[in-house]
Ligand binder design. Sequence first.
Ligand SMILES: [Zn+2]
Length: 125
Amino acid sequence: MEERDFFDERPEPRTHTLTCPHCSVAATYQLNWLVRRKKSQCPRNADERDRARFAKAQSYMVRRDDQVACTNVRCRKRFEVTGLQTVADLIDTSKLPADHREVPAPVQTNDREAALRARFARKTY
Ligand SMILES: [Zn+2]
């Protein structure tokens, strides 16, 4: 059984703030990611070994764009996407605050955000 049998795969654009190394202008860019979401159930024809692999499998995403063209009209140079992982754990970014939405982050960060939000909520009410 192939690894791809465990995942539903689809391309997904995500927005990231990137800084051009040529002109130092930060702008928002849409990058293409390939998102592999773990299937809710192990495929029916899986053997015991496949089931063990499926249990360990986790959803993740792979960045497909390595370069972007600078949006600054006086620059327009292409530059490499750095500071972003090429493979990231998949989290539901829609549940994060807006300023964190563009960054795919490990699950720990998500937990910390939730903890911070909970603390903030207690102060407010
Ligand atoms: Zn530039």
